[in-house]
Unconditional design. Structure first.
Length: 164
């Protein structure tokens, strides 16, 4: 069985709904994290990390919009809104910093005027039960630890933006 990720809020390749767009930086979205679910994790999976990354952000290094680490292996979904400050994360899971700074939580799409950006939601299956991160850990630190321990990953991509 293939490792796959999906959302009840959009399909792979769709435009990201306004509910999941940032409220700020020139955007008026609701900034609610979407529902995500996965199946077919590789044998030996001991935890998951979920990320939302925009590789098209004009930073030279992309933009981390959401990072949730240390999701238990018994969990196979995150409900809509789990990325809020008072969200419904599974026990033991932790939000880490995004490139918005401030409170570790979901930050929706907020591209500058121009071409649409890609928003890549990924679930990573890890061979260890947790990575040593906390709410102050950077996306680079989480990425390093995830890449060093990944058994597999599954992604879906939404697009958002355009000329304003």
């Amino acid at each position: 069985m293939a490792f796959k990720l999906w959302s009840d809020d959009f399909k792979n390749g769709d435009t990201l709904p306004e509910a999941h767009v940032f409220n700020g930086m020139g955007h008026e979205g609701s900034n609610v994290s979407p529902h995500l679910a996965w199946s077919g994790a590789p044998a030996g999976t001991k935890s998951f990390v979920v990320t939302l990354y925009d590789p098209d952000a004009p930073t030279g290094s992309g933009w981390w919009h959401w990072i949730v680490a240390n999701i238990p292996p018994s969990v196979s979904s995150l409900p809509r809104g789990a990325g809020s400050e008072r969200g419904a994360l599974p026990r033991g899971a932790v939000h880490t910093l995004t490139d918005f700074g401030g409170t570790p939580q979901y930050g929706g799409a907020a591209p500058p005027p121009g071409a649409p950006h890609r928003y890549i939601f990924t679930v990573h299956a890890l061979k260890i039960d947790h990575i040593d991160v906390d709410p102050h850990s950077s996306g680079a630190k989480v990425g390093f630890m995830t890449n060093m321990n990944r058994l597999g990953s599954a992604s879906i991509t939404a697009h958002y933006g355009g000329a304003r």
